[in-house]
Write a protein that binds this ligand. Structure first.
Ligand code: GTP
Ligand code: MG
Length: 504
């Protein structure tokens, strides 16, 4: 096929648009959307009533507060997710006209030759009688015009602009997300997201600066096809024409182009691996010179300048781009779920949940330690009082028992208050701390020993019971956090599976 026929075929194919989604494609999309929505419902059900306050803890206890905060966080996240989803609405209903077309993002550093390539393609489409319209974003709105895009040696594209080619294609000429004005940032972002395929341009003077792909990572993760284009693949040579030295623009040699393409290919592959992006998105780089195509006369100009290979490469991008476009609604929802929902769960919710679990474990440890501390303190404070009480009531044993019991009870209460104040402890039963003395006691020393023993038995029993009760009170929170963690883990796995299935 000669160059002109090759070009005609490309322009007709690319400009003609797609037949639209088929019936099976629609059904599949519908089922994908349903599965994603079901995932969200399931996740939210698990978060809705995840953490109830435990009756054994006072509301003022740090753990009760931490539990409450986590519960609140679950509620707040759900409200935020709803908000984020509705904020995406305008993107989803972005200009009806664009929805019918495959949108290719023309991405690259300033001076990469983006606008020049766009204009060149516009000319080619126009020459074939296909409609061409230019547009740009101003004050957050799409403004149409007949003017081609501005080209220049200084940074000229500071706004998102683009062109509609034929009835099926849109090229978005983007200045890179860092250099748009804030009022256009949101719309630029939306357009970028709405792209179905990515042309990544870099000049042959330093082709394939792969760090530029960082900005595209998000789109690449959606399995949008990526075509690296090495631009300005030409050089100036001096020629003698009629005895005079003249400067002429020449295409770089095919060998040189092949080297650069292979180099860009390798580095892009490495970069994608680094970004954990499926290398299948990457198309083989193509090296072109728009200037050479323009300036060189003759039927082979397009082929020599690499444009025919570019046409073929773009045609190959169109198929996966169409496929992306068909599942775009599901991709948009999936992405919201991955980034806004799952992202927040991992960055915000799980750390808090783990904090709470850590705090619960620490509290269990502290409870055991405070049992020993309470025993020591109660013992130290009760025993010195015993001789005095013993002296006063040595001849009235029932009174003596009651007095010591009262002493012990007061001490137990005080220790519980001091160490376990944040818990809801039941009243000490009246029989608690009852001091029961043996019926026959031989002499004051034996009586003293018996009293000491009774005190030890009572405080040990009281503190053990109290600590057990507190420890028990923490159980429901622990169980709830474990359940929640398992739920979140399951949801994360399910979402990953849904994503894999969607992009397969
Ligand atoms: N030698 C040569 N220069 C080119 C070619 N294509 C574009 N240029 C030049 O490169 C410079 C930048 O071209 P643009 O098309 O404006 O580049 P851009 O990527 O749109 O740049 P910004 O809009 O500033 O981001 C201009 O001076 C162009 O004339 C080419 O094929 N060969
Ligand atoms: Mg430009």
């Amino acid at each position: 096929m000669n160059a002109m026929a090759g070009e005609q075929q490309f322009l007709a194919h690319a400009g003609g648009g797609s037949a639209g989604p088929d019936r099976a494609g629609m059904a599949q999309l519908h089922s994908q959307l349903q599965q994603l929505q079901a995932w969200q419902t399931q996740l939210q059900q698990g978060l809705g009533s995840a953490l109830a306050p435990t009756p054994g803890l006072q509301a003022s206890h740090p753990l009760a507060q931490q539990t409450q905060a986590l519960h609140q966080q679950c509620q707040d996240l759900q409200a935020r997710w709803a908000q984020q989803w509705s904020a995406l609405q305008p993107a989803r209903s972005l200009a009806q006209d664009f929805e019918q077309r495959v949108i290719l993002l023309v991405f690259g550093k300033f001076n990469a030759g983006k606008s020049s390539l766009c204009n060149f393609l516009a000319e080619r489409f126009a020459a074939q009688g296909q409609p061409v319209r230019f547009f740009h974003l101003a004050d957050g709105a799409v403004v149409e015009s007949d003017e081609p895009l501005r080209e220049g040696a200084t940074e000229t594209t500071a706004r998102l602009q683009g062109l509609c080619l034929g009835t099926g294609l849109v090229l978005l000429d983007t200045p890179g997300l860092h250099s748009v004005t804030p009022e256009n940032a949101a719309l630029t972002q939306r357009f970028t997201e709405s792209a179905d395929g990515l042309l990544w341009l870099s000049s042959s003077t330093s082709p394939g600066q792969v760090q530029e792909l960082d900005e595209l990572a998000r789109e690449l993760r959606r399995n949008k096809p990526l075509l690296p284009v090495i631009t300005r693949s030409d050089l100036i040579e001096e020629d003698e024409v009629d005895g005079e030295i003249q400067k002429c623009l020449r295409n770089k040699t095919p060998a040189n182009r092949a080297l650069q393409e292979a180099d860009v290919q390798t580095r892009a592959q490495d970069k994608l691996r680094q970004l954990a992006i499926d290398a299948a998105v990457l198309k083989h780089p193509v090296s072109i010179s728009v200037h050479a195509a323009r300036s060189q006369p003759g039927p082979n100009a397009l082929a020599d300048a690499g444009l025919l290979r570019l046409y073929t490469a773009i045609t190959e991008v169109l198929a996966p781009a169409q496929a992306y476009k068909q599942r775009k609604p599901a991709e948009v929802l999936l992405h919201h779920l991955e980034e806004n929902v799952q992202g927040a769960i991992e960055a915000e919710l799980l750390p808090e949940l783990q904090d709470l679990q850590r705090a619960l474990a620490q509290e269990q440890e502290r409870l055991q330690q405070s049992k020993a501390a309470m025993l020591r303190a109660a013992w130290r404070r009760t025993i010195p009082a015993l001789p005095g009480v013993l002296e006063r009531y040595a001849d009235r044993l029932p009174v003596l028992s009651a007095e010591v019991a009262a002493l012990v009870r007061a001490e137990i209460s005080e220790q519980l208050q001091g160490h376990l104040g944040g818990y809801v402890l039941s009243e000490l039963p009246t029989e608690a701390a009852a001091v029961v003395l043996p019926a026959a006691i031989a002499g004051p020393d034996a009586l003293y020993a018996a009293l000491q023993n009774a005190v030890r038995v009572q405080i040990e029993a009281a503190f053990s019971a109290a600590v057990d009760a507190c420890s028990h009170a923490l159980e429901p929170v622990l169980v709830q956090t474990e359940k929640m963690q398992a739920h979140l883990r399951q949801c994360a796995q399910d979402l990953q599976d849904l994503g894999t299935a969607l992009r397969a």
